[in-house]
Design a protein around this ligand. Structure first.
Ligand SMILES: Cc1cc2nc3c(=O)[nH]c(=O)nc-3n(C[C@H](O)[C@H](O)[C@H](O)COP(=O)(O)OP(=O)(O)OC[C@H]3O[C@@H](n4cnc5c(N)ncnc54)[C@H](O)[C@@H]3O)c2cc1C
Length: 348
């Protein structure tokens, strides 16, 4: 197991900002993960677990302790009655796995095509897109519990999934290192076409969209929004959506509607969002003076997506933080809503 020092972290993230890791290890096996944990404990180093680096803002100072990148690979599958269970190493690339599942005619995650990151990262914020969430396909998560030093299998319920949340990024944050994720997918299942963008894409098609066709459509739609990592596209040098869609109480929702009505504006209504009284963070940002393409400096808003803060080349974490705060302040002043960031802030 190679231990390196002062390793730049920016290249290991999609936003490409931030300082170095004091120590860095990439663990390929469960045994190496345990050894790395032991190394950090023996030197009292703070530990940060890195997946694909696609949901992170790393501070300009970097990380003072050990960054442990999970590089456990390998995907096996076993057939159940109507489903196929895939056991994916936490270091496997998420989108590669979706491609494999679709090639095996397995439904359940096709709408999550094109999301960057690792399989191990997928349960952390319960990734979701186009009406699907990974939580509905996760059977169990194998994780090293830093409390007792043992490997545990957590069933779906134990992971406490909800919108962009699990125990891994809330109540038990920092406690588990995810080693493997088991996904139960429906063999021969139909593609899930629920969101407007996908319905529009397939409008007029005489045949039902296949899983492969849906994966292709999702990747194309995402590319058009700068939400697919594409070489040469500056608009995808981001951490994806920087803010979550706020979930409002009935009273907050009423107040927001009233503020919109006073401005002769109507908050757009999407059945999938309305059901949970969620409002579009993108709409709030755009109606607070931050249009797509905003900003001339090193940091700005994607030309393709109002929710993506992008690094235009030489941005620092401080630049990203300043824009994030400006947006939050304006949205709160105008709409009375505090936007919550989606990425994980590391080393601040
Ligand atoms: C262009 C773009 C588009 C995106 N689109 C979407 C989208 O549509 N929907 C969506 O939900 N997200 C989206 N994201 C966010 C991101 O891709 C996901 O959150 C992804 O699952 C993060 O996984 P990762 O492996 O990159 O994790 P990282 O960014 O490396 O880490 C994120 C968090 O997970 C923890 N973590 C990672 N791996 C492990 C592990 N093995 N064990 C324990 N903790 C771990 C880290 O410690 C950190 O706290 C997008 C990001 C980008 C850049």
């Amino acid at each position: 197991m190679l231990i390196t020092e002062n390793v730049p972290l920016a290249p290991l993230t999609t936003l490409k900002v931030g300082g170095p890791a004091r120590y860095f290890i990439e663990a390929q096996t469960i045994a190496e993960v345990s050894q790395a944990v032991e190394f950090s404990r023996s030197r009292s180093l703070p530990l940060f677990v890195l997946g694909g680096g696609s949901n992170l803002l790393i501070s300009d100072q970097g990380w003072p302790g050990l960054v442990l990148k999970i590089g456990i690979t390998g995907i096996n599958h076993r057939h159940g009655h109507e489903e196929v269970v895939f056991e994916a190493g936490a270091g496997e690339d998420w989108d590669k796995f979706v491609g494999l599942a679709v090639a095996h005619s397995c439904a359940g995650i096709e709408c999550l095509s094109g999301i960057p990151g690792s399989c191990g990262g997928s349960p952390v914020q319960n990734i979701g897109a186009y009406g699907q969430e990974v939580a509905t396909s996760i059977e169990s998560v194998l994780a090293l519990d830093l409390k007792d030093g043992r490997v545990h299998e957590l069933c779906n319920q134990a992971c406490g999934f909800s919108y962009r949340t699990s125990i891994f990024n809330s109540s038990e944050r920092g406690r588990y290192i995810i080693l493997q994720v088991d996904y139960a997918l429906k063999h021969g299942g139909e593609a899930y076409i629920a969101y407007a963008d996908l319905k529009k894409y397939f409008a007029g098609w005489s045949e039902k969209p296949t899983l492969a066709g849906t994966r292709d459509a999702v990747r194309k739609i995402r590319a058009g929004k700068g939400m697919l990592i594409t070489a040469g596209d500056d608009d995808c040098r981001s951490a994806g959506s920087f803010f979550k869609n706020p979930i409002l109480s009935a009273a907050q929702y009423e107040r927001l509607m009233a503020r919109a009505a006073a401005k002769n504006l109507k908050i757009p209504s999407y059945p999938a969002l309305d059901a949970q009284r969620k409002v579009s963070a993108a709409w709030l940002v755009e109606h607070s003076g931050f249009s797509r393409g905003y900003g001339n400096g090193p940091v700005g808003i994607s030309r393709k997506h109002a929710l993506a803060i992008v690094n235009r080349g030489n941005a620092t974490a401080a630049d990203v933080l300043a824009l994030k705060e400006t947006i939050q302040q304006r949205v709160e002043e105008i709409w009375g809503i505090v936007l919550e960031p989606e990425p994980v802030f590391v080393g601040f």
